[in-house]
Design a binder for this molecule. Structure first.
Ligand code: PRX
Length: 678
């Protein structure tokens, strides 16, 4: 196993001043080891404000778990009300910046103190209630990165309505499927958002989606364009036609706000579902990952303190979109529950140029910066001159998330962005884990470029073989979590069997190497001789494209939805910027291939059409990077597509491994002779 041996010693300034010090860390590790439930119960009593204290730390009926179940609280109080009678009330909670729009819109900047954010959340929460949305009702959000998105999430939490945020890059069809699966009663959107200088017509997509969703009774529209009197965004002339509001269904966000409201937060059981977040799995249908309230609140709060070392003076920037779990946990709930100042940017990192992020860090004096390896690699490619134009000395900690970070990108991030002085926390976690599971701790853990190092206190992680037996250092295995933890997903919405099967059946116990079932992450990993863990990537049919998790079957289903396609198989191939690129093999229906004038130009056009088609069905981020037409696909005698061989073909590997189970060997030879059609 080859990996980078470089070790960066823990930073001395952190060793003395970090929120979590070495002795405390050891104490926490010991406590978790000695008395797992008491360890968590103690933390939950210390770090959460309970409306009704709990008495039962954990109930574990594998694979279903409950934490602090007889207690009651509300996470919007942890994020807002808790700060009101303290100096934090007047501190800036949120700095928001909008993207400029092709010369039409200047950048906008708005700030909210904790007191103001509380007022906005109460006003909107009460407005939502008046719309007939109450405890237990699901609310879908399809929003740009604007303050209303944060306000809406916290307002939903306040009234006990689980939110399901759908990333604004998803298509109308993907949005519809998620709304229907969640049976959302209300959709919150905006008339538009801005990205790379373009207007994203979100409301138009909502109209399309909702026309097929009888469960939706109300659509709330935030005004990003200055269309309404009450809008805060007076942005002048922009090329956009007036938003169509459907009478009896659509209302403007600002119009329903009950200004001056002091709406008391619902007292919610600890296990009350806080949100559903759809994520890709190995089948075509995304799973609605359900998170509860208290365990999630606890872990997002603690990880912000321990991993990001958030302090009252920090200005913190996590570049994730709120449509992904990183945005939930580390733009909204974690940092706000710590009284941090959160910077939020609407647009793309490279617009209008590659200096945007660095100028922002200088201007806002960002001290903690958390982004994805794909962004780091994209910036690295543009050279050092962009970051060197800005003064980045305010930075004191850097984070990475979403995919393995290659050592070269790590080194660049460390030396050029962090100027050699900032620890990098390479945080490994998933939508399902709710918060960071493994990461170096600043000031405690020695950093190794490319390794997420160790699990955090209370988190039990192992690298095992197919029997659940820990593998020896240096050997590849599967990454599992061996004990339930407070912020774990509780179920798959509407499908507890899928929850049990997907996560808990691979290492079910009790026979063999382990008694309790292990949670299977879907990732492959190995431990090095020091016991540090290196995550290699997914071992299932999920691929991680630019940090976006995509099921290969989702893309295949979108391809075969096209009238020309008979069959398709999708694999991931290495990409120097995105980490993984989508490579699709497509067999066409006979009538297409036999049609008159079927030639290379037509093939090329069809390949482009298929790419656009996938974008339309799933969203632009899932568009295949390569399409190759082939007469047939390599299959086993039982009819299973041999993806391993396709990966070899796609990457041009000569050694094609064992092909003895292949039904028709000539298929491979043909494939290898063909070339990409896009
Ligand atoms: O493969 C792992 C990868 O991202 C997957 C989870 O994706 P998602 O649920 O979309 O959540 C992403 C943000 C938390 C994991 O199964 N992954 C995430 N972080 C890392 C990582 N791979 C390597 N190193 C990481 N730090």
């Amino acid at each position: 196993m080859i990996f980078n041996q470089r070790v960066v010693k823990p930073s001395e300034s952190f060793s003395k001043q970090a929120n979590l010090q070495k002795d405390n860390h050891s104490k926490l590790m010991n406590e978790a080891d000695k008395s797992y439930e008491n360890h968590w119960a103690k933390l939950a009593r210390e770090h959460l404000s309970w409306k009704k204290p709990f008495t039962i730390p954990m109930t574990w009926n594998p694979p279903f778990v409950e934490w602090f179940a007889d207690g009651e609280l509300n996470i919007s109080e942890q994020c807002l009300d808790k700060h009101l009678n303290t100096a934090t009330a007047q501190k800036i909670a949120l700095i928001w910046e909008g993207e400029p729009c092709e010369g039409h819109l200047p950048s906008e900047r708005k700030t909210y103190t904790y007191a103001q954010l509380h007022a906005e959340v109460c006003a909107f929460a009460e407005g939502l209630k008046k719309q007939g949305v109450g405890r237990g009702d699901r609310v879908a959000l399809y929003m740009p990165m604007i303050p209303e998105a944060v306000i809406a999430m916290l307002a939903c939490a306040r009234i006990g309505a689980p939110h399901t945020v759908v990333f604004g890059g998803f298509s109308a069809e993907s949005l519809r499927d998620r709304i229907l699966d969640a049976q959302a009663k209300c959709v919150i959107t905006a008339n538009a958002g801005f990205r790379r200088g373009k207007i994203l017509p979100l409301k138009t997509a909502v109209d399309k989606a909702v026309s097929e969703c009888p469960c939706v009774i109300s659509v709330v529209v935030a005004d990003r364009l200055g269309e309404t009197q009450s809008s805060n965004y007076k942005v002048g002339e922009i090329p956009f036609t007036a938003t169509q509001m459907h009478a009896g269904r659509d209302v403007w966000f600002n119009d329903i706000c009950v200004n001056g409201s002091k709406l008391t937060a619902e007292s919610l059981p600890a296990e009350h579902p806080l949100f559903i977040l759809y994520t890709s799995g190995t089948t075509g249908k995304p799973k609605g990952v359900v998170h509860g309230t208290a365990g999630y609140a606890l872990w997002t709060n603690l990880t912000c303190q321990w991993v990001f070392d958030i302090k009252p003076t920090d200005v913190y920037w996590c570049t994730a979109d709120i449509g992904w779990v990183t945005g939930h946990s580390y733009v909204v709930y974690g940092p706000l529950s710590n009284g941090a100042t959160v910077y939020m940017y609407e647009g793309a990192p490279d617009f209008p140029d590659y200096g945007r992020f660095w100028r922002t860090i200088e201007r806002e004096k960002i001290s903690i910066f958390y982004t994805a390896p794909t962004a780091i690699r994209a910036f690295m490619r543009q050279g050092d001159s962009w970051p060197q134009k800005s003064n980045l000395s305010s930075l004191r900690l850097l984070g990475s998330v979403g995919e393995p970070i290659n050592p070269e990108a790590w080194e660049w991030y460390h030396s050029v962005i962090g100027q050699g002085a900032c620890p990098i926390v390479d945080t490994w976690w998933q939508t399902e884990t709710g918060g960071v599971m493994m990461s170096p701790l600043p000031g405690i853990t020695a950093l190794k470029p490319g390794s997420a190092t160790r699990p955090l206190p209370g988190i039990a992680v192992e690298v095992v073989d197919d029997n659940g037996q820990a593998v020896a250092p240096g050997n590849r295995g599967k990454l599992v979590i061996t004990k339930p933890w407070p912020s774990q997903l509780r179920t798959v919405h509407g499908d507890p069997e899928r929850y049990a099967k997907t996560y808990w059946s691979t290492f079910a116990g009790p026979a063999g190497a382990h008694k309790e079932p292990y949670y299977f992450t879907g990732d492959g990993a190995f431990k090095d001789a020091d016991g540090d863990i290196w995550v290699i990537g997914r071992v299932d049919d999920v691929i991680n494209v630019a940090g976006h998790r995509i099921g290969t079957m989702e893309v295949e289903s979108a391809l075969v939805d096209h009238h020309c396609v008979a069959e398709s198989a999708v694999v991931g191939v290495p990409d120097s910027v995105k980490g993984t690129a989508i490579y699709a093999f497509v067999t066409l229906k006979n009538e297409v291939k036999q049609s008159a004038n079927w030639n290379d130009a037509k093939k090329h056009d069809l390949a482009r059409e298929l790419i656009t088609h996938v974008g339309g069905i799933i969203g632009s981020f899932a568009k295949p990077d390569h399409i190759r037409f082939s007469d047939s696909l390599p299959k086993t005698r039982s009819g299973k597509i041999m993806r391993r061989l396709l990966r070899d073909v796609a990457t041009g590997h000569e050694s094609l491994g064992d092909t003895s189970t292949l039904e028709d060997v000539s298929v491979l030879a043909n494939l290898r002779q063909s070339t990409d059609d896009e």
